[in-house]
Design a protein around this ligand. Structure first.
Ligand code: NAD
Length: 260
């Protein structure tokens, strides 16, 4: 494993336009469960709502319109208006940006921790929790704090004007990705000189297909507990806890003292 990480250090040190694709795994050490791991949201939803055939329905637009309760019962596990302390993995990405080596962070996460870690070149592919839209009158004026109260209590958020159901501006299954994804993705795929995928099962499309859009000569590194994305092949597999691996990378790159 160490010789592989050393190879990673070499590749990262040389790269100038790194695209980092992140998922829920990089926020697990911040206290936010991921979706598909043993203690992830998937198993919690299944235990609480055994009648639900598929726990991913929690993030399905058509299902939310019929039954928003499942989403509101679990949203507090992911989002806290007070924020969470960023993980070492978040700080690794912010170091790449500070050193001018980050082309873009495409995150599937909806916890908003990238902003707290100071990562500004970030596309939140699955939207945000801090704004919300009424499903009936389309009002968008509710503050994040008020939404947080509904989420904290685990009750369905309702519009102060018409009583309609509020939906945070997250991208549910059945909805298009935000405009800034389309604005940047083609040019980024042409410019990128290194891809790093961290903490994602690569099960959610279309973001999961991003690696397949990158020209084959561009090296790709996977940092994850397990191999994902098969049959897609990465050039380097760094398997383990992403914070341990990024901590080692930061240390070997000589960036640790400035980061911590
Ligand atoms: P996922 O749960 O499907 O996959 C997480 C991956 O990260 C798994 O392969 C797991 O083995 C790995 N992992 C978990 N902890 C790790 C660690 N400490 N070190 C290294 N690897 C680790 O997550 P996903 O691919 O992001 O898809 C989940 C979907 O659900 C996303 O679309 C996201 O919007 C949503 N979600 C978001 C959050 C969040 O914002 N933090 C949390 C749960 C779910």
């Amino acid at each position: 494993q160490f010789s592989s990480v050393n190879k990673g250090v070499e590749i990262i040190a040389k790269a100038r336009r790194i695209l980092v694709l992140t998922g829920a795994g990089i926020s697990v050490s911040c206290g936010i469960p991921d979706f598909r791991s043993k203690d992830g949201l998937y198993s919690k939803v299944r235990a609480r709502f055994p009648e639900l055939d598929d726990p991913t329905l929690m993030f399905d637009l058509a299902y939310f319109k019929k039954n928003p309760k499942v989403f509101y019962s679990f949203a507090r596990e992911i989002w806290d208006v007070q924020g969470h302390e960023p993980s070492v993995s978040h700080m690794f990405i912010s170091q790449l940006e500070a050193r001018g080596q980050l082309l873009r962070n495409y995150t599937q996460n909806i916890d908003g921790i990238e902003a707290q870690a100071g990562i500004s070149k970030c596309i939140t592919c699955h939207g945000r929790f801090d704004t919300t839209t009424c499903q009936r009158c389309h009002d968008q004026t509710l503050s994040g704090e008020r939404l947080q109260e509904f989420i904290h209590e685990g009750v369905v958020g309702t519009c102060a004007h018409c009583g309609g159901v509020l939906k945070p501006d997250l991208v549910f299954f059945g909805e298009p990705l935000p405009d800034d994804f389309d604005t940047h993705i083609d040019a980024d795929c042409e410019q990128v000189d290194l891809v790093i995928v961290m903490g994602s099962s690569l099960k959610v499309k279309p973001v999961a297909g991003l690696c397949g859009r990158i020209p084959r000569h561009v090296p790709q590194i996977l940092i994850n507990r397990e191999v994902v994305g098969y049959p897609h092949q990465f050039d380097l597999y760094l398997l383990g806890e992403c914070d341990d691996i990024t901590h080692y990378l930061l240390s070997r790159l000589g960036w640790l003292s400035e980061e911590s």
